[in-house]
Design a protein around this ligand. Structure first.
Ligand SMILES: *[C@@H]1O[C@H](CO)[C@@H](O)[C@H](O)[C@H]1NC(C)=O
Ligand SMILES: *[C@@H]1O[C@H](CO)[C@@H](O)[C@H](O)[C@H]1NC(C)=O
Ligand SMILES: *[C@@H]1O[C@H](CO)[C@@H](O)[C@H](O)[C@H]1NC(C)=O
Ligand SMILES: *[C@@H]1O[C@H](CO)[C@@H](O)[C@H](O)[C@H]1NC(C)=O
Ligand SMILES: *[C@@H]1O[C@H](CO)[C@@H](O)[C@H](O)[C@H]1NC(C)=O
Ligand SMILES: *[C@@H]1O[C@H](CO)[C@@H](O)[C@H](O)[C@H]1NC(C)=O
Ligand SMILES: *[C@@H]1O[C@H](CO)[C@@H](O)[C@H](O)[C@H]1NC(C)=O
Ligand SMILES: *[C@@H]1O[C@H](CO)[C@@H](O)[C@H](O)[C@H]1NC(C)=O
Ligand SMILES: *[C@@H]1O[C@H](CO)[C@@H](O)[C@H](O)[C@H]1NC(C)=O
Ligand SMILES: *[C@@H]1O[C@H](CO)[C@@H](O)[C@H](O)[C@H]1NC(C)=O
Length: 563
């Protein structure tokens, strides 16, 4: 009897532990006219008439019901960067990959059910690079079982004087020289010009704080440090890590970190954020762009040293230890075995239409006429034949539960932050590209040679990470390679692309089609999704052009490279 009562109580407890809340958020996405960086008013993309978009905070196992109304005059869609969408691939967001965009004046609800992940993520539009014009905000998922610290969320954005489409037009204009004229971005911290709207870190001496850092930038790197402090890295892109002490965190677009700091007695009164743009020239005032934020202390002993100590501590910026994937070990992560290695070479090329595009293994990505997921769902047994998705989607079919290693070479002088949808991968190894490839690498990099580069991370030639850390976005430094591993355990259509929006738009992307036959069995497309296609006259079945079987007639001709 007693045992049964206990069992009942235990059952109730388990139920309560998982009975999390449902959070409803309504977003009316539309144009706003704002002066975010104190330069000029420009058109941007906001939510409910405002920018920045308020961050969303959830707890693990919550359900987020995000209802999106599209008040833009073009389609839109939302990607929850870093969420697995296991079983709900159709909610992943990229238009023409896993959905038709949401047409103007229509509404769609993204229901992210019982989110099993925790950590630091972000939501952003995944159509027409609308994130670059403002459609981006943090998504923080706390784990009730984590040690609790008082928290700060710091998110960084780059802000340009013109809309992304204008920058892209310049970049892809065959009549303009490549690369286009330099435009320096400004820095936004927590959605604002930091000089105007100050973000103050309030430190109570002796307390430990968790600082979540999110790089929501489209083109720029950010460095964060608190002079004199060690930052203990406990999270990379939602994955827990063993404690790793660094002097500063260096983040590429899309990347996130959580660091712990224990406030010491007025060690410093500033934290520093530096935006360093990778492919525009250095400039003492504009690149890197440095912002010193304020730390205010309470408690502790107010020593006679205070006034002196409150000056920024002198630091030797040349000798700081910055985050580096290879130095951060995952927590309880074993190295995955490899069933198949896929070699990918990132490059750029001039095409016969005088446009410079990005390529991966000689292919520049362009959107298919039918969302690739809908092809995979409707092609029956032919769904395993990559050619039916169209050559420009660069589709690669993965088998269910196959352990994949992507060996990615970057023979260019520009670093690429590569993001994989639907998974976290293990960062296993990276280093300079072996000498046999260097010749080509140098040839390939010549086109960008007129640009000076930001200082490179320094790390050993080749390291194999035995307890790799996991993440969803890895920065591939220039002239280096990286090996990343993941298990193909989530049937779906997942993009792998550079998170520099300009590169993504220039074709730096490919499509992984994971276990398409199993996917067909598991998936029932909500009919609202098909309705979005119908409204825009986009076909939702068949191969890349919407024909049944092998007939790809009507596919736009692939751009051809200048040999
Ligand atoms: C959306 O609705 C507004 C007002 O009802 C209308 O002016 C506009 O033309 C519509 N846009 C589209 C693309 O249908
Ligand atoms: C949420 O997911 C967890 C597994 O991640 C499961 O144990 C739990 O029952 C689910 N809760 C609900 C309400 O579906
Ligand atoms: C500063 O932030 C406040 C509150 O978030 C906001 O009301 C105000 O408009 C912001 N000012 C500027 C110049 O961005
Ligand atoms: C974010 O990434 C961009 C581009 O990769 C970079 O320029 C910027 O400095 C990064 N920001 C932070 C805070 O890491
Ligand atoms: C004041 O500064 C000196 C030298 O930096 C240090 O040794 C001392 O501990 C400081 N005193 C307090 C109360 O912090
Ligand atoms: C920021 O503080 C550092 C010292 O920590 C100083 O060298 C630098 O000049 C400051 N930069 C700006 C832009 O205020
Ligand atoms: C990169 O592309 C250029 C042509 O644009 C070519 O000459 C070079 O061999 C390529 N490099 C690699 C490593 O593919
Ligand atoms: C895949 O389709 C192409 C035609 O698009 C065909 O040539 C090829 O033989 C097919 N491959 C397989 C394995 O069926
Ligand atoms: C997806 O779900 C399956 C089973 O439900 C699980 O084995 C797999 O690990 C999950 N994958 C991811 C990336 O969450
Ligand atoms: C890359 O594509 C071009 C045509 O656009 C072709 O001439 C060249 O041989 C291809 N290179 C490789 C390595 O496939």
């Amino acid at each position: 009897m007693v045992a049964r009562k206990l069992l009942f109580l235990l059952h109730l407890f388990v139920q309560l532990a998982f009975a999390r809340s449902t959070v409803r958020v309504n977003w009316d996405i539309g144009y706003v006219f704002v002066n975010r960086d104190n330069t000029k008013v420009r058109r941007a993309i906001g939510v409910n008439g405002k920018l920045p978009i308020p961050p969303i905070h959830l707890a693990k196992h919550d359900t987020l019901i995000l209802t999106v109304k599209n008040s833009l005059n073009v389609h839109t869609s939302i990607h929850a960067h870093g969420l697995f969408q296991n079983g709900t691939n159709y909610l992943d967001g990229p238009d023409q990959v896993t959905q038709c965009g949401l047409p103007s004046n229509h509404t769609f609800t993204y229901t992210y059910k019982n989110i099993s992940q925790s950590g630091t993520y972000w939501l952003h539009a995944h159509s027409l690079h609308q994130n670059a014009d403002g459609a981006r905000t943090p998504l923080v998922i706390s784990d009730p079982e984590d040690v609790k610290y008082p928290e700060y969320v710091l998110w960084f954005e780059d802000w340009y004087p013109v809309e992304f489409a204008v920058r892209m037009e310049q970049t892809m204009d065959p009549n303009q020289p490549f690369p286009p004229p330099v435009t320096y971005p400004n820095m936004l911290l927590n959605g604002h010009n930091p000089q105007e709207n100050r973000t103050v870190l309030k430190f109570e001496v002796g307390k430990t704080y968790r600082i979540r850092l999110i790089n929501m930038s489209t083109t720029e790197w950010f460095k964060f440090n608190i002079p004199g402090y060690k930052l203990q890295v406990i999270e990379t892109d939602g994955a827990p890590t063993t404690l790793t002490a660094v002097d500063g965190v260096d983040m590429g677009p899309g990347q996130r970190y959580s660091v712990l700091v224990t406030a010491q007695d007025r060690l410093t009164s500033t934290f520093t954020v530096a935006l360093h743009a990778s492919f525009i020239p250095l400039d003492s005032l504009k690149n890197p762009l440095v912002y010193n934020g304020t730390i205010e202390h309470t408690g502790g002993s107010v020593s006679s040293n205070y006034s002196k100590a409150s000056e920024p501590a002198p630091i030797d910026t040349n000798n700081l230890v910055w985050t580096d994937d290879i130095y951060i070990n995952g927590r309880n992560v074993n190295l995955l075995p490899v069933d198949r290695q896929i070699k990918l070479t990132l490059n750029g090329s001039l095409f016969t239409d005088h446009i410079t595009r990005d390529i991966i293994n000689n292919i520049t990505y362009t959107l298919p006429k039918v969302p690739t997921l809908y092809s995979a769902l409707s092609l029956g047994d032919l769904a395993t034949n990559t050619s039916l998705y169209g050559p420009q989607t660069h589709s690669i079919v993965l088998n269910h539960l196959e352990n994949i290693e992507l060996l990615v070479y970057n023979p260019n002088t520009i670093p690429h932050p590569m993001h994989l949808h639907g998974h976290k991968f293990q960062v296993v190894e990276y280093g300079p590209i072996p000498p046999w490839m260097m010749q080509e690498a140098i040839a390939a990099s010549l086109r960008f040679a007129e640009h000076k580069l930001p200082p490179k991370l320094v790390h050993p030639a080749v390291v194999t990470n035995l307890q790799p850390n996991e993440r969803d976005t890895v920065v591939l430094p220039s002239l280096e390679y990286v090996k990343i591993r993941f298990c193909a355990d989530s049937p779906g259509v997942w993009l792998f692309h550079c998170h520099l929006d300009v590169h993504h738009a220039m074709g730096n992307a490919l499509t992984l089609i994971e276990a398409p036959l199993l996917l067909q069995k598991q998936t029932v497309l909500p009919k609202e999704m098909l309705e979005m296609c119908r409204l825009q006259g986009i076909r939702a079945t068949g191969n890349a052009v919407g024909n049944p079987g092998f007939d790809l007639s009507g596919l736009p001709p692939a751009p051809t490279m200048v040999p």
